[in-house]
Design a protein around this ligand. Sequence first.
Ligand code: C2E
Ligand code: MG
Ligand code: MG
Ligand code: MG
Length: 279
Amino acid sequence: RVRMEGGGLIASLPKSEQRAVARKLRIEQKLPQALREKTIKPVFQPQVDMKTGKIIAAEALVRWEDRDLGTVSPAELIPVAEDCGLIGALGELMIEAACRQAVAWQQEGFSVRVSCNSSVREFRNGGMTSRVRDILDRTGCPSSLLELEITERFAFEAEAEEAIMHQLKALQQEGISLALDDFGTGSASFRYMQTVPLSKIKIGQEFIASFPTNEQVGRIVDGLVHFGHSLGMIVVAEGVEDEMVWKALDRSGCDAVQGFFTGRPMTAAQLTEQLQARR
Ligand code: C2E
Ligand code: MG
Ligand code: MG
Ligand code: MG
């Protein structure tokens, strides 16, 4: 709403907000070039199987280091990309880079599924299924190596919008798996759990952090794991930072973990080294 033409409006804001608006504008101005030149790229955070200790998947997380802007975090970048209509291009860049990486790992003999975050806005104008199919064709990535993460909010909106649900189902039919991100931290609804074709739930890190010390949270996490399994889903815990949490999760029957304890988000080259070291 507060755009260029709102010069007078901006001047009436407190100094700190003026700076925030100015930075947002700079990000918006520099984003198209960064997408073209691919200075925006993914890092990868491993998901580790609790039983085997193997890296089974890696979440692709967007990173942008700009000479003038410095580090632009996903929390800053994603809302701007959504507001200025570039989230589709950003999503495609991420999925393509992740698919290329999955193929590179496959050629080295590692089967690592890559998981990309998607915004509901990427689905709003339709055609997501064919865009993803094109990327798989271009990169030679099997659909089984790609996963898309959607949030509870996304799932909730998909439930109400036929056109979005249709695309999710089509993607799932192509063999791409869908994961529910930050599960339990948003507005969980049991209705979409039966209509959205999910194969994985990722228990949100707010839950996981207080898991071992809070008995109540402990019971909820145990329940979520059980709940996911009873629906035939894989259950992953996010934000696992220490061994205590790992052990508690192991007792609860959780399938895999993602967090600083088992690996921070890292470059593809760093993750390749880890895969080789564990071979
Ligand atoms: P998310 O999808 O839930 O990703 C997990 C976030 O938690 C990442 O933050 C990751 O760095 C952080 N994290 C992982 N393990 C730990 C841990 O043990 N402790 C703590 N404290 N944090 C941990 P990041 O990279 O800053 O991303 C933040 C959010 O931005 C993501 O949350 C996701 O919702 C969004 N995002 C990131 N990349 C993309 C993208 O390419 N497209 C879209 N649409 N959203 C993205
Ligand atoms: Mg995610
Ligand atoms: Mg998450
Ligand atoms: Mg999150």
